[in-house]
Ligand binder design. Structure first.
Ligand code: ADP
Ligand code: MG
Length: 590
């Protein structure tokens, strides 16, 4: 049996078991299953937000609470139907999430998580204090949900709604992760500068991910209110937010099924602790529960940080997915007429405090040309590249690309205009496959939205983008195993993978910062051949490289930098003969 068939059969058996559960399990177990399903739905949002996107949030209970209170208010105060309650819950939660996200998501690392605690607390306290929401006693007599006249009052009935919604949410999330926006989400982890250099709006992707996670919590909150038939502030405390995060982590943050595994494990553990702790310690069971829990969590962080799902998956036999079927690659852009000015840098200057890293440097690059930028370490070459690609703003000067002033443009706009780059310090996503890393490069050439990805409306475009990535992997000689994780490649090949990613953007100008560093001789020759072929196709290349033989044989012209300034410019032969260059850089050996 193929691994895909095995997955599908396992899924079918799982769904059948879920459907059979209410007839087999005791009512108490079904109630537990209901909680597990609801918690898993919230944890699933956190898998996307934290596990995939790297944004830690303690505030998911606040969204659950907003939804629960919305529907409770709609049904008990306004006497509307639970379905109207759902609409209000979703709209209000989305609105609050969008506002909170816009404010907090620009914060980095710990500040972001602290921010989520802050508004988590604020929202929790407002439940108890806002007029009309029953203060600390809450809103009683919330009606049950009815579907087509069938009341979901019994726990064996609402069970089906909970698990149906959870499975749908997992299916949508699964689709999303295998789509263009899902790749962008995965790329968020590890800094935004690479993401933006691919033309991706990192903040936009963060914000939508945040709202999606909040929506999942909102669905859970809506059902919760109609399941418990009563809302008060207590369940929406920040401590529950910590538990949700624990569920996502224990299950295996980044793995969708981890949400169910984590929610089940923590809920069952809590439940059994509540059972036997009072037996062993009759006096202080309440406090001990927290202590035992914390101890278990610390053990988990010490020994199984990755979580349960990846641990189990590691024990199962692995089978590489089949190579993707051939498809028509994405349409390519037409390259500009060779010989016309493409990039012009006029007196570009960049200061870091008192240090002038780039000092009034000017040069021009014509279409179809390969220009080498050389100079000793610290000369300002990488900074120059950061100015050209928009990763840094010049302190003074102008940069024009394809007739447009791109000096004030955002990095991702410059990427969209057709400049693709690699980094001196490789920026890949080590836990994504080679194929996915290269497909990230196709972002500006494709269109599928979050929704299209979730609903699998993007398959034709995906196939074409995948073909581009496969072709570019083949081109750089890394197509042997496209499903290998990028982090498993030796450093030299990681550089080459970055080039494939840049090529996947179908750029007009390729900017390469020390691409041959760490390559062996044979690999360097291959790279030189690749770059020469790219020039034949009309691509324009700007390259920093220390290997003089490599540079001199490849480029049309060279600009030499020293101490932030341009020392001189000329053909390789002229530069080789220049005594200033020999003194400054080549040490007289050229
Ligand atoms: P090169 O790539 O030619 O080796 P760089 O452009 O990396 O040189 O660096 C030029 C100078 O600018 C160096 O002195 C470096 O320390 C400084 N520099 C580069 N980036 C920064 C930064 N972000 N902040 C402060 N100083 C920087
Ligand atoms: Mg450098």
């Amino acid at each position: 049996m193929t691994s895909r068939r095995m997955q599908v059969s396992a899924l079918a058996v799982g769904v059948l078991l879920l459907i059979a559960a209410p007839w087999v399990l005791a009512p108490f177990s079904i109630t537990l299953m209901n909680y597990i399903g609801l918690y898993a739905l919230v944890a699933l949002g956190l898998v996307l937000l934290t596990g995939v996107g790297g944004m830690v949030s303690f505030g998911q209970t606040a969204f659950m609470g907003i939804a629960a209170y919305s529907t409770a208010w709609m049904t008990t105060v306004m006497h509307g139907s639970p379905w109207l309650g759902l609409v209000l819950a979703l709209v209000l939660t989305a609105l609050v999430a969008a506002i909170l996200g816009a404010v907090t998501l620009r914060l980095k690392g710990h500040f972001l998580s602290l921010g989520t605690i802050a508004w988590g607390l604020a929202i929790y306290f407002s439940f108890g204090n806002l007029p009309g929401l029953g203060q600390n006693t809450g809103l009683p007599d919330v009606p049950p949900i009815t579907i087509a006249g069938i009341s979901l009052e019994a726990s064996g009935r609402i069970y089906f709604l909970i698990w149906f919604l959870l499975l749908v949410a997992i299916w949508l999330s699964h689709n999303l992760l295998g789509s263009r926006m899902g790749r962008a989400m995965q790329a968020l982890r590890g800094g935004t500068s690479m993401v933006e250099s691919l033309g991706i709006n990192a903040f936009g992707v963060k914000l939508v991910t945040f709202v999606i996670a909040a929506m999942m919590a909102a669905f859970a909150g809506w059902i919760y209110a109609h399941m418990i038939r009563y809302v008060n502030p207590t369940p929406f405390d920040v401590t529950m937010g910590i538990e949700f995060l624990m569920m996502a982590m224990v299950g295996g943050s980044g793995y969708l099924s981890g949400a169910i595994v984590g929610a089940a494990l923590i809920t069952l553990l809590q439940n059994s602790l509540q059972d036997w702790l009072p037996v062993v310690f009759p006096k202080s069971a309440g406090q001990l529960e927290v202590v035992v829990f914390s101890a278990l969590f610390i053990l988990f962080l010490q020994y199984a940080r990755e979580g349960i799902v990846p641990f189990v998956a590691g024990l199962l036999p692995k089978q590489a997915p089949p190579r993707p079927a051939r498809a028509e690659p994405l349409a390519r852009r037409s390259q500009p007429t060779p010989g016309l000015p493409l990039l012009s840098v006029e007196a570009a200057t960049r200061r870091f405090g008192g240090l002038v890293a780039v000092d009034e440097v000017s040069f021009e690059l014509k279409s179809g040309e390969i220009l080498g930028l050389i100079g000793p370490n610290g000369a300002g070459k990488s900074t120059m590249f950061n100015l050209v690609t928009g990763a840094l703003r010049p302190s003074a000067g102008t940069i024009r690309f394809a007739g447009q002033d791109i000096t004030p443009a955002a990095q991702r706009k410059i990427a969209q205009a057709g400049i693709a780059r690699t980094f001196q310090h490789v920026k890949l996503r080590p836990r994504m496959t080679l194929l996915d890393n290269v497909m990230l490069g196709t972002h500006t050439r494709t269109k599928a939205s979050f929704l299209a990805g979730m609903l699998r409306l993007d398959r034709a475009e995906e196939a074409r983008a995948r073909q581009v990535a496969m072709d570019d992997l083949a081109r750089v000689g890394l197509d042997a195993d496209p499903y290998e994780l990028a982090g498993n490649l030796p450093l030299g090949n990681q550089r080459v993978l970055e080039i494939a990613r840049a090529l996947a953007a179908d750029p007009v100008l390729l900017v390469l910062d020390e691409p041959a560093a760490g390559l062996r001789r044979q690999e360097k020759l291959r790279l030189a051949e690749l770059l020469a072929n790219l020039r034949k196709e009309g691509l324009t290349i700007l390259i920093v490289e220390h290997d003089m033989e490599f540079v001199m044989n490849l480029v049309d012209r060279i600009v030499v930098m020293e101490f932030g300034r341009k020392l001189c410019e000329g053909t390789p032969a002229e530069i080789r003969a220049d005594t200033r260059v020999q003194e400054a850089y080549l040490g007289g050996v050229a």
